[in-house]
Design a protein around this ligand. Structure first.
Ligand SMILES: Nc1ncnc2c1ncn2[C@@H]1O[C@H](COP(=O)(O)OP(=O)(O)OP(=O)(O)O)[C@@H](O)[C@H]1O
Ligand SMILES: [Mg+2]
Length: 495
């Protein structure tokens, strides 16, 4: 499927930002050579990825493209975003979108999770206590050692009471705190237990966020593609509940990774890569817990299959944060879309700053500021977006880098674009190609994407008839759109 081309020959790779093999992500802007990415390539320093660029420049589009490729290569993928950008991908690739916030919110019960052994239980207790630090952080009361200790006692007591397999939810802790309050002789102790319980009221029973926090987890972790859509209108990014959700993501990602590796072993695939895209990544850095997590990934890397991808508008989102800066410092793959980072160092020319941070010449930093996509003949869509790719290797002093055109054929455009005007069109296309969830990605979608990525035109893809009739018929138009013969016109007509 992946024809070798002159562009992949070894000497070119020395200069090319891409790796020798792997998924196709675009073409070099200077000589048109294919640029590939194999995240397992031994030249790479590690598997950390970051994607930066101004609004609307193509970050999320690119992140999804990469995600689809990973899925086609047997990987698992988890996405966290605030605009629901991954829903179309989930719909066609057998993934699930989990909406968090608002009346129909999914539930995340931080209390479940492995605790069969003493070590597992200890780890779970630590996690649940830390999650409460996040929830209680903005109550106006500082988290004193005393509060931490009370919560720790409570969490252990709740688990002890549930030894026989019952899974607690948040109200168990609040009940324990209230009961303890009644036993305290000392007035201040009584107050403390009562206050902590009261601070948790919004998260239990009929509290504002109880549906999210105080119920059994409402989704399975074992879907190969899971996209979390946090609605920022419902869960405001400056609130403790938002920070809590972000913190819970760290645990979900780790637990999914364990499942991914089990799946890999069972199916004889070996280590499974697990792409973890944190879109609008600046959001996760609003709270210390998120900063520590992101920084921790940077400092320690991961033994498991997680391939973290931090997507944000500015470099300084990461670099300005002491804890999280380690992620940026270590990242092996930088993908930069058009970006004007005004950074926080006053008096420093932004271009010089970007150049210094990324080890670029000033000329290259200027290229980053000049990146532009090519507008398609319809004058509405883009034929490709441009990015500057930097691949840091273990050995070379100078990172391989260059401008890459990230193409988009009509079939990809409807999949990954986010324009609100095209919502109905996307829904129709999803109905036309959505597959049986048991077969995550239809072979025909796989083939179509491979052909397109290898430079085939949509007309050629149709001529090869890789897109058949939908398995379960939608309305008449959908069927027509999906079964049209040679020529991409029918897809376009579905608009
Ligand atoms: N490679 C591409 N080819 C064609 N069109 C593209 C490409 N990348 C982006 N676009 C177009 O640009 C629009 C915006 O892109 P995208 O959603 O990726 O922006 P973004 O960088 O994530 O912005 P934001 O920071 O606002 O989320 C897409 O909906 C799509 O129409
Ligand atoms: Mg985006």
């Amino acid at each position: 499927m992946y024809a070798e081309t002159v562009g992949n020959a070894w000497p070119a790779i020395v200069r090319s930002p891409g790796t020798a093999a792997g998924v196709l992500i675009g073409r070099a802007a200077d000589d048109g050579a294919l640029v590939r990415l194999d995240i397992g390539d031994r030249s790479l320093k590690n598997r950390l990825i970051d994607v930066f660029g101004g609004s609307g420049q193509g970050k999320s589009f690119f992140a999804q493209k990469l995600m689809l490729w990973f899925l086609l290569w047997d990987a698992w993928a988890t996405a966290v975003d605030t605009v629901g950008g991954y829903e179309t991908l989930c719909a066609i690739a057998g993934g699930k979108t989990i909406r968090l916030g608002g009346p129909g919110t999914a539930a995340i019960n931080i209390w479940d999770g492995p605790r069969a052994t003493e070590e597992e239980l200890a780890a779970r207790v630590r996690f649940v206590v830390r999650a409460h630090e996040v929830l209680l952080a903005e109550s106006g009361r500082p988290i004193t050692g005393r509060i931490r200790s009370v919560v720790g006692q409570g969490v252990r007591a709740v688990y002890r009471a549930c030894r026989r397999g019952e899974t607690p939810t948040e109200r168990y802790l609040v009940d324990w705190l209230e009961e303890q309050a009644t036993h305290q002789e000392d007035h201040e102790d009584k107050r403390l237990f009562k206050d902590v319980a009261a601070d948790l009221y919004p998260y239990v029973r009929d509290g504002e966020h109880a549906a999210l926090v105080d119920r059994p987890t409402s989704f399975g972790f074992d879907t190969r593609l899971l996209a979390f859509h946090i609605d920022p209108k419902e869960l405001r990014p400056d609130t403790p509940i938002y920070a809590f959700v972000m913190f819970a993501m760290t645990d979900i990602a780790d637990r999914r990774d364990v499942l991914a590796q089990e799946w890999g072993r069972r199916s004889g695939r070996g280590t499974v890569q697990h792409l973890l895209a944190i879109d609008e990544g600046w959001n996760i850095l609003r709270h210390e817990a998120g900063q520590d997590w992101v920084g921790g990934i940077g400092r320690t890397g991961r033994h498991s299959g997680i391939v973290p991808m931090f997507v944000s508008q500015k470099l300084s989102d990461l670099t300005a944060n002491k804890a999280a800066a380690a992620y940026f410092d270590q990242t092996s793959l930088h993908f930069l879309f058009n970006m004007h980072d005004t950074n926080d160092e006053s008096g420093v020319d932004p271009r010089q700053w970007v150049a210094r941070k990324l080890g670029l010449t000033e000329g290259e930093a200027a290229q980053v500021g000049d990146l532009a996509g090519k507008v398609a003949p319809d004058k509405k869509t883009l034929e490709y977006a441009q990015m500057f790719m930097i691949r840091t290797t273990k050995t070379a002093n100078r990172a391989a880098r260059g401008v890459v055109n990230v193409p988009s054929a009509a079939e990809e455009a409807w999949l990954f674009a986010s324009d609100p005007d095209d919502k109905e069109y996307r829904a129709r296309m999803v109905r036309a190609v959505a597959r049986d969830p048991e077969r995550p990605i239809g072979d025909e979608v796989y083939q179509a994407v491979c052909l397109l990525a290898e430079g085939a035109t949509p007309a050629e893809v149709y001529a090869a008839r890789v897109v058949p009739a939908p398995a379960h018929a939608g309305d008449h138009d959908d069927r027509e759109a999906a079964t049209a013969g040679a020529g991409g016109a029918a897809w376009t007509a579905a608009r």
